[in-house]
Design a protein. Structure first.
Length: 313
């Protein structure tokens, strides 16, 4: 055990083992007397510590990378949702902008149609105005035979108490200018209807009878309350039926189909109406036929009068 050669060989082997070199290299190093620093246990533990720290750093970097991937995925999802919302908003804006682009054309079409409608309406109104103007043109008075009275005698006893203004009757007989062509107000017409109610047959005079209003020479309106058409009024123009309605307005006149003795003339255009005639068909008795009678509304200096006249005058 104390042999120096053996001890030297053991030292060489240990030196080779400590320095992790081959034995010949260790022998050569020992012979050349090159000092070799064997690895100490402290250096080995230090290397292990560095490896552990590197492993921890790698683990930390891996976790950071995973977190970055998760965050990136969430951001991508959010951006995708925003992109879809933007696409929907763009589609909505396009759908709203398309009608606005065609709006000038639509406005121009509406303007053209409106102008054509106004022109057509004006032409019809002018034609209607000319029609009534021609029908209301009285012209020079026609000569009547002396044997033909201007108005028929009063046959109903209810009218015997009714006295007419002598001046009105005289002006009608001598064909001088008389107030038949005067304008009438709503109150005057209603007062005359009330007067007709008190002097004649009351509400039965009009109920289920024929009631017509003449404007100038044109028998413009005819209202019938016949037993076969009780719910409606038959509106006629120039003898032709126009429409059956319950309430209607024509030439500024508004009538109620009930034809009650209340104020059933709500509005009247006095610029168009110059002469008013009330035609009433009343039976002479319960078993005889009905006979028509016409009452002309004449305007006196103090009041309006309903003067019975022959049909057509």
């Amino acid at each position: 055990m104390d042999c120096p050669v053996y001890a030297k060989r053991q030292d060489t082997i240990k030196f080779a083992y400590d320095n992790n070199i081959s034995i010949p290299e260790a022998i050569r190093a020992c012979n050349e007397k090159i000092p070799q620093n064997p690895k100490s246990p402290h250096a080995s533990s230090q290397q292990l510590t560095e490896i552990d720290s590197l492993k921890k750093e790698v683990e930390r970097l891996r976790e950071s990378l995973e977190q970055s991937q998760v965050k990136t995925t969430e951001e991508l999802k959010s951006l995708s949702a925003k992109a879809e919302a933007t696409d929907v908003e763009i589609s909505t804006i396009k759908s709203q902008v398309i009608p606005l682009i065609s709006l000038p054309t639509i406005v121009e079409d509406i303007k053209t149609n409106t102008e054509e409608g106004f022109k057509s309406t004006i032409e019809k109104l002018n034609l209607l105005f000319e029609l009534f103007k021609n029908n209301n043109d009285d012209g020079p008075p026609q000569k009547k035979s002396p044997n033909q009275p201007n108005f028929c005698p009063i046959e109903q006893p209810q009218f015997e108490e009714h006295t007419f203004d002598a001046k009105i009757v005289e002006s009608l007989q001598d064909n001088s200018p008389h107030p038949v062509n005067s304008e009438f107000t709503t109150i005057e017409i209603n007062n005359c209807l009330q007067d007709l109610k008190s002097k004649a047959m009351g509400p039965d005079l009009i109920h289920n009878r024929i009631f017509s209003l003449s404007i100038g020479k044109c028998a413009a309106l005819t209202f019938s309350r016949k037993r076969t058409h009780l719910p409606h009024l038959n509106l006629q123009l120039m003898g032709s039926s126009i429409i059956e309605v319950k309430h209607f307005k024509f030439l500024g006149l508004i009538f109620d189909s009930k034809l009650s003795w209340d104020k059933h003339i709500e509005e009247i255009n006095t610029c168009l109406i110059r002469r008013v005639s009330l035609q009433v068909s009343q039976p002479l008795s319960s078993w005889t036929r009905w006979t028509p009678r016409t009452y002309s509304l004449c305007k006196a200096p103090t009041k309006c009068l309903l003067i019975p006249s022959r049909l057509g005058n």
